[in-house]
Design a protein around this ligand. Structure first.
Ligand code: NDP
Length: 311
């Protein structure tokens, strides 16, 4: 007789904090932290962030995989998963953290802060007359859980916000577009573009040389979704030529960003190490517990991922 246990794997998250948060929600849950997995046949649920290749193949009774984050691209590309239900995490804490990063990155550009940072280093009083926020157009690519929250926060702050998604959206204060034509329009209109589209076969290198060229000269890019959304070679070229004035990048095609990568040498780039948002165990454990209860009853989990869509 096999058990009803959950396996936890993450090299970046706090396993003990997750165990406590899960047990607070679901006291009968048997949480096993890799490598102390016990009998692999007991494992029915997995809560994981990018486990090593072959990780899932050991668990013959796996029913549910919950990705420890919003972006499931690395799960969709694996060959060690039998058909199970997939879910992602989403919690108000993650939305608020992502919105705070986007507001920071956009506002840093809207208020000319990089120019003042350079002037400070030169010891120079460098006056730039501020532009009102309603004159600054921000395009948010991806209007899902995080993209919509960021777009709403930007609109509430007074920016002129455009958005782009697969299906039509109605978000107060946001001019939303769909399709290739919509993408081209949003890129051409935006002073600052924020990328919050998931990485799927359809969105790989969504922003290549042709798309970056559509952005107005002097535009800025903020990428907080996945590095491979943007063709990095084309981005480097656009930043070197000055067509793009600045970029804030939290995600990269290869992470950590290799030492010799040309992005490190550009002074118009701000690099952060994939920290735009995180899941908070105390807030997200409630949904994981609810998904387990639902799967035990033969129901779909919360925030279920559609493997055919890839997100
Ligand atoms: P969602 O899955 O909720 O939303 C994705 C959005 O992108 C939806 O609006 C969807 O359209 C749109 N989209 C997907 N494919 C296409 C396409 N082919 N063409 C046009 N629009 C498309 O994701 P979240 O908002 O929760 O998260 C976005 C991404 O942020 C994650 O996938 C992850 O990669 C990244 N992330 C990064 C973090 C970091 O720390 N840097 C932390 C957390 C997430 P529709 O609404 O029509 O389905």
């Amino acid at each position: 007789m096999s058990g009803d246990a959950l396996v936890f794997y993450s090299s970046v998250d706090n396993a003990q904090a997750w165990r406590s948060a899960l047990i607070a929600e679901l006291p009968d849950l048997d949480v096993r932290i890799e490598p102390d997995v016990g009998n692999p046949a007991d494992i029915r649920y997995a809560l994981c962030w990018t486990p090593p290749a072959g990780f899932f193949a050991r668990f013959p009774n796996l029913q549910l995989v919950v990705n420890l984050g919003a972006g499931v691209d690395s799960l969709m590309q694996r060959d060690d998963l039998v058909p199970v239900k997939f879910a992602r995490l989403n919690d108000p804490g993650m939305e608020a953290m992502m919105a705070s990063y986007v507001i920071f990155a956009v506002t840093r550009y809207a208020r000319d802060i990089p120019a003042f940072e350079r002037a400070t280093r030169r010891g120079e009083w460098h006056y730039i007359h501020p532009r009102p926020l309603f004159e600054i157009k921000v395009g948010v690519l991806g209007l899902g859980e995080l993209g919509a929250a960021a777009a709403k926060a930007l609109a509430a702050m007074g920016y002129a916000v455009w958005g782009w998604s697969r299906s039509p959206k109605e978000i107060p204060g946001v001019t939303a577009r769909t399709g290739r034509e919509g993408l081209e329009r949003v890129l051409a209109e935006s002073d600052i573009v924020v990328c919050l589209v998931p990485l799927t076969p359809q969105t790989h290198h969504l922003l290549g040389a042709a798309e970056l060229a559509l952005m107005p000269r002097g535009a800025k890019l903020v990428n907080v979704s996945r590095g491979a959304l943007v063709d990095e070679a084309a981005l480097v070229e656009a930043l070197r030529s000055g067509h793009l004035a600045e970029a804030t990048l939290d995600v990269f095609e290869t992470e950590p960003l290799p030492k010799e990568h040309p992005l490190w040498s550009l002074d118009n780039v701000l690099i952060t190490p994939h920290v735009a948002s995180i899941t908070v165990p105390e807030l997200a454990a409630r949904d994981v517990a609810e998904s387990i209860r639902r799967v035990r009853q033969g129901l779909p989990p919360l925030h279920e991922v559609d493997p055919r869509r890839g997100y």
